[in-house]
Design a protein. Structure first.
Length: 655
């Protein structure tokens, strides 16, 4: 791995303005280095001090880090707290009337809820859960649209010590069934339907079907929020309407005080093979790093209006919708719909209307919005923005530059954040008032995060060489286990050859300033004629071409080269029908990549499509692209795709 070659050379550097530095929570590189030095000199003391300063404890901890049963680490184990209390109750004395959530529905209707009212509704729903016999340690599936109610459901589970497992509302009944049975859940919280792009998309039927696919006898309650008032099949044995459940409940509910290592949630990640992995997170350590990243990376201020566009079905929606902003006492925006309805200016109009100051979204969304209307942001007043963020995958430099100039007007720092479901919170990201930023790099690790790059034998690699990205020391927010499968946990994240380091599964290299550049997943590294190339960098080169809106690159077997480069490209304009014109564009793109990177990275084949296969959260399904490139029949479940018809188009579009 140490000979993975970096082929992306980015020389543009943007330093934060003096005004931003002055007001920043971490101001200047010296402040950042001082925090890092404190962690290096007394690692446990560093985290202990922050845990005491940041979280409210019912019973203070005396133990900091327990490594005796590595890699099953424990943090603040004898401390007792409640996460919902840390997110809601603590604000009741200081800012009860502050707006906690600004909810904009698919049709544009806006609802605002204060911290006082949110607390009351969480307590009512928590009491409703208890009335159904749900208690500490029980697992509850949450299968909800983006809504205030989704946050209430998660917070209510945390309040009574139940362990929630949120399933994205775009997942199929089969996916839902797998998660219900693996978690051995006793209840499902859902809605009759969700509204997306002006359409009613039923949810309750998927729950009903999931419960018939196998043994779900443990599920004794299905709680249904009436969102769309559509016709809903009913099973009186376990179905109950949300509004009926809370109708007579008290608006106060004493929190269930739990140990810091009590599981707050299980979140399933799907791999290309095998059953989904239930990533299990703790309570205390998880919330600590989530809150610190709000302070350090998002430079949170009490006057901010924070908007993370992620669905609560993903970890970003857990950390930076349900928990982080509320624990900080922030006002945040939650959006039910899609960024292209009723038109591609929806995001920009919402930023204008709600005076959003911090905007956090995915590179895929950014690239899609460029394609749909790169000049649209100019039509809206985006002057409230002071910070932009990127999450989910590496952002190619040209999309970064558009985001910086057209959305942030060249004055808002961009925090390009690297982290994972398994890390719970940001690991490598700019501290925007401290460090200069470069398009396409997540920059430097957060203080206390001991990230480095190693080869296959776990030896650190130095200089500009690439390799495996690892974290050398346990950190408070990291995954605690794969639910019910300790061996898979050890094998996946702490393989023996990594010497006890946490293996992220990403390849990376560092530049001359020590900044980390993510080069793609380890299994997205191509071996072309003995050269190991990161797919992300070829994608970035393609996306820099003025004709290209978006690109994804995968490898396919090649009898001479070992692997060939297969590119899937979405053009900014309409896809030509004329085969000669298509061939001309394909040849020009090959020449472009050869010029940008080198002949070794030239795509052997290019497939043009109107779009790329994506989940409803906007994630590109690269494993489906790999199957298409190899000419394999697609056998995976494609029910989570926003646009399954695109697969046939791409199969027949090779050039």
């Amino acid at each position: 791995m140490s000979n993975i070659q970096s082929i992306l050379h980015e020389t543009r550097v943007f330093s934060p303005s003096d005004e931003f530095v002055k007001q920043a929570n971490v101001s200047g590189m010296e402040s950042y280095r001082a925090l890092c030095k404190a962690a290096e000199q007394d690692y446990e003391g560093f985290w202990a001090r922050l845990a005491r300063e940041t979280l409210l404890w019912k019973q203070p901890f005396t133990k900091v880090l327990d490594e005796s049963n590595a890699p099953f680490f424990k943090w603040f184990e004898d401390g007792v707290l409640n996460i919902s209390y840390n997110c809601l109750d603590k604000h009741l004395a200081s800012q009860p009337e502050k707006t906690a959530i600004i909810f904009e529905a698919d049709d544009g209707a806006v609802t605002k809820i204060s911290y006082r009212d949110l607390h009351a509704r969480v307590c009512q729903f928590a009491n409703g859960l208890k009335s159904r016999g749900i208690k500490e340690g029980d697992r509850v599936i949450v299968y909800m649209p983006m809504s205030i109610e989704a946050v209430i459901a998660m917070q209510a589970c945390a309040r009574i010590g139940a362990i929630h497992s949120v399933v994205f509302g775009g997942f199929s009944s089969k996916s839902l069934y797998e998660r219900i049975t693996d978690a051995r859940a006793c209840a499902v919280i859902t809605a009759d339907a969700q509204m997306r792009g002006g359409k009613v998309m039923p949810l309750k039927p998927a729950v009903d079907e999931a419960l018939t696919l196998g043994d779900c006898a443990a599920v004794h309650s299905v709680i249904v929020y009436r969102r769309a008032a559509c016709e809903t099949a009913w099973n009186a044995r376990h179905d109950v309407w949300w509004h009926d459940l809370v109708a007579e409940q008290s608006a106060t509910c004493e929190p269930e005080w739990v140990g810091a290592e009590h599981p707050l949630f299980i979140l399933y990640t799907s791999g290309s093979t095998g059953k989904p992995k239930g990533v299990q997170h703790s309570s205390g350590g998880y919330l600590l790093v989530t809150m610190l990243s709000m302070q350090w990376v998002f430079d949170y201020k009490p006057t901010d209006v924070f908007w993370c566009t992620a669905d609560v079905g993903w970890v970003t929606g857990h950390s930076y919708v349900t928990y982080g902003p509320l624990a900080m006492g922030a006002t945040q925006v939650i959006f039910e719909g899609v960024p292209t309805y009723p038109d591609a200016g929806r995001f920009w109009k919402m930023i204008q209307d709600h005076k959003v100051t911090t905007f956090y979204t995915a590179p895929t969304a950014i690239r899609s919005l460029i394609k749909l209307g790169g000049d649209l942001p100019k039509k809206y007043d985006l002057s409230s923005l002071r910070l932009l963020g990127s999450v989910g995958e590496p952002i190619n430099p040209e999309a970064w530059m558009w985001y910086y100039t057209e959305v942030g007007h060249s004055r808002c720092p961009i925090v390009d954040t690297w982290w994972q479901t398994e890390t719970g919170a940001h690991m490598i990201a700019p501290l925007p008032g401290a460090m200069p930023i470069k398009p396409g790099t997540c920059t430097l690790p957060l203080p206390g995060i001991m990230a480095t790059i190693v080869d296959e034998a776990g030896n650190e690699v130095h200089g500009l060489h690439g390799g495996f990205l690892v974290i050398k020391r346990p950190f408070p927010s990291q995954i605690r286990a794969i639910w019910g499968d300790p061996e898979r946990y050890k094998k996946s994240y702490f393989p023996e050859e990594m010497r006890g380091y946490y293996l992220a599964g990403d390849s990376s290299h560092r530049d001359e300033d020590g900044y980390f550049w993510i080069m793609g997943r380890i299994d997205d590294v191509l071996n072309v004629s003995g050269h190991r190339l990161g797919t992300m960098e070829i994608e970035s080169a393609l996306a820099a071409n003025p004709l290209v809106a978006e690109a994804a690159v995968v490898g396919k077997p090649h009898e001479i080269k070992g692997e060939a480069v297969s590119a899937f490209v979405v053009l900014k304009g309409a896809r030509p029908d004329d085969p000669a014109k298509i061939k001309e564009i394909a040849d020009s793109l090959r020449d472009w990549v050869s010029k940008e990177i080198g002949p070794i990275a030239k795509p052997d084949e290019i497939r043009f499509g109107d779009n790329l296969p994506k989940t409803r959260s906007g994630k590109i399904m690269r494993r489906l692209l790999r199957a298409i490139a190899k000419g394999e029949e697609i056998t995976q479940d494609v029910s989570t795709l926003e646009n399954p018809a695109i697969l046939e188009q791409l199969k027949n579009a090779v050039h």
